[in-house]
Design a protein around this ligand. Sequence first.
Ligand SMILES: C[S@@+](CC[C@H](N)C(=O)[O-])C[C@H]1O[C@@H](n2cnc3c(N)ncnc32)[C@H](O)[C@@H]1O
Length: 300
Amino acid sequence: MSFSPDWLALREPFDRAAREASSLDLQDLQQQASAAEAGTGGTPYRVLDLGCGTGANLRVLAPRLGGNQRWHLVDHDARLLAALPGAMTRWAETHRLKTAQGATDDSLVIEAAHWRAELSWQKADLVRELDALPFAGSQLVTTSALLDLVSASWLAALLTKVHEAQAALLCSLSVDGRIEWQPAMPADAQMAKLFAAHQHRDKGFGGPALGADAVPRAVERLVALGYRCVQAGSDWQLAAASGGARMLVQMIDGLADAALEQDPGARDLVLTWRLQRLAQAAHSSLQIGHAELLALPAKK
Ligand SMILES: C[S@@+](CC[C@H](N)C(=O)[O-])C[C@H]1O[C@@H](n2cnc3c(N)ncnc32)[C@H](O)[C@@H]1O
């Protein structure tokens, strides 16, 4: 499944706001990051970011983790990876962070007052090349806006890898199925149902996508593996009145396209809903439920 750089750039501020407003406590990870540094004579905290896109997950997480970090970012989309260094450099400039070329072409160093990150990135398919990824030695495996796309079998394979590495796992921004419009319209419930069904279509991970079931399924397996799981909401809050007009229109179109693809027979309902929603967009707001999941390995 492919995602355009424009779509990732459009959603990034809403993703960031949702994560910043989330009650998820990252203290354990921050402590692990500083313990890794202290315990191994300055060795960086190693993070593996799967389905990285242009690197939005790092842009939220690296400043919050602090300390000395080494990130390896993986995606199968060459176009997104080509946009990654530019996105990082622009972000660094906006936040007055120093950047330097890393040891290879596909690497970069970002330095702030209280943290430093060495980044490398790699084009790889998470399905075909999962075994070749550097789980061993990673202290944190992380995803953002990825988990709901994956199949049950791929999730099981991922969690086995994470467990073997005794890494922590942070999965951000997985949809949880809640879609709440203000003001509500009668067709919203049917549209949400069609959208939820569409989210279970195969997204290229070797079977039906888990959609809103991804986090509960992951928690069940992680607990069985001895992990301590913490969850919190990270909902998108979109309102035309507070800078969300373009995103709202994009969501209306996206929901309508998905619903039509899911049930072409519902064409009249979908097109009427879309027209009414677009007409009301300037006075509407939309909350899309997302979940954060942090899983920490049992202490030895
Ligand atoms: C919704 S985007 C999220 C991107 C990024 N994590 C973010 O938060 O902006 C999902 C990402 O997963 C990547 N992806 C999807 N299927 C993949 C696969 N089989 N192998 C590697 N990357 C994949 C896409 O290219 C895309 O960058």
